[in-house]
Design a protein around this ligand. Structure first.
Ligand code: HSE
Length: 344
């Protein structure tokens, strides 16, 4: 049996809100908080730029105390401080930290600091989350929490679906999918005759690629997402460096175009499967028959197929990268936090 959810994110809202089970709301607001949560926003690039565009609709429940960027900027709203110093931002006493920085030491330090101070954390930083499995426990021990739906597959509720399936008693057998929007976009462009470098630059301009796009192209970004999926699906800690990867550079010029003449389409396939009783991760470059369900992901889309031991198959398909779907996923986490801590 296959359950199929076309998770195309629209400008009006994310499919997460329709499909996933939100955290259980409190019957009474947490007395620790005022009427509104106080937030520090770390990074104001593609993703958090999208969050800042829309967070105003939640202004009765959340206020932005400070926004931290690498270069100093001026904001128009005097209630928000634009800062370059993380410590100064934490001095504003945030209840929640909304983080969408690139993978860097500063992001890791900021998330560890937020967890140790008992802040609630909303993060899209798959690389840091993958190598810091202790963050959730650390935040919870100090009265905070960690939400990171945006870290895997942008607008597609992959992590929420895994949680829901397990709550219903399903045992996850394996996961296979396209988890990186940039590499998918680049492969589609190459198939149409574009040069790889030009396609990567176009993905950067469109806001799909990481600050360092080599993480997209060599499979490291998808491998970090597999670590987060393994955590939700199997309660298993994988080391990202043990996940085998084949980079897009393994493809010779003309190879993707030639394959399309043979009804094959190259895809960066990410997989968690059981081998010899152990869960193994792999990010591969595969020429798939154009009837293979993974080839349905076009441009920056992602697609994920979850297989359960009961025989249930769940297919999720939608926008996997970009400002709007990723920011919408962050906002869904923010709404969930508000519902949990101060009520709707
Ligand atoms: N660079 C990532 C991708 C962004 O292309 O999938 C979304 O995680």
């Amino acid at each position: 049996m296959t359950y199929s959810l076309a998770a195309k994110t629209s400008a009006t809202g994310s499919p997460r809100t329709r499909f996933s089970t939100p955290s259980k709301p409190r019957l009474r607001p947490n007395p620790r908080y005022r009427q509104r949560l106080r937030a520090v926003v770390l990074g104001a690039g593609t993703v958090n730029g999208g969050v800042l565009d829309k967070i105003g609709v939640l202004s009765e429940r959340i206020e932005i105390a400070a926004i931290v960027t690498r270069k100093s900027r001026q904001g128009h709203d005097p209630r928000q401080a634009w800062l370059t110093d993380i410590n100064a931002a934490f001095d504003t006493g945030p209840d929640v930290v909304i983080e969408a920085l690139p993978d860097c030491a500063l992001a890791e330090r900021a998330l560890k600091l937020a967890a140790s101070r008992g802040c609630h954390i909303i993060s899209a930083n798959k690389a840091v989350l993958a190598r810091c499995p202790q963050l959730a426990g650390e935040a919870e021990r100090h009265g905070g929490s960690l939400r990171y739906s945006a870290a895997v597959a942008g607008g597609i509720p992959v992590l929420e679906t895994l949680t829901d399936l397990r709550k219903r008693g399903e045992v996850i057998a394996g996961i296979r999918g396209v988890l990186n929007g940039t590499s998918n976009y680049v492969l589609d462009q190459i198939e149409r005759g574009a040069e790889r470098e030009a396609a990567v630059k176009a993905a950067q301009r469109a806001g799909f690629a990481e600050a360092d796009p080599s993480a997209d192209i060599d499979g490291l970004d998808a491998a970090a997402k597999l670590v987060l999926i393994a955590r939700k699906a199997f309660d298993l800690e994988l080391d990202v460096d043990t996940i085998g990867r084949i980079p897009l550079s393994a493809l010779h010029p003309g190879q993707a175009k030639a394959a399309s003449g043979n009804r094959l389409r190259y895809r960066q396939c990410a997989e968690l499967s059981r081998r010899n009783g152990r869960i193994k991760g792999r990010v591969d470059l595969q020429a798939l028959a154009n009837t293979d369900e993974l080839t349905k992901a076009r441009n920056e889309e992602n697609i994920v197929v979850i297989t359960c031991e009961s025989g249930l198959r769940v297919q999720l398909h939608g926008k996997g990268a970009g400002r709007v779907p990723t920011a919408d996923a962050m906002l869904t986490d923010i709404r969930d936090l508000i519902a949990c801590e101060i009520g709707a």
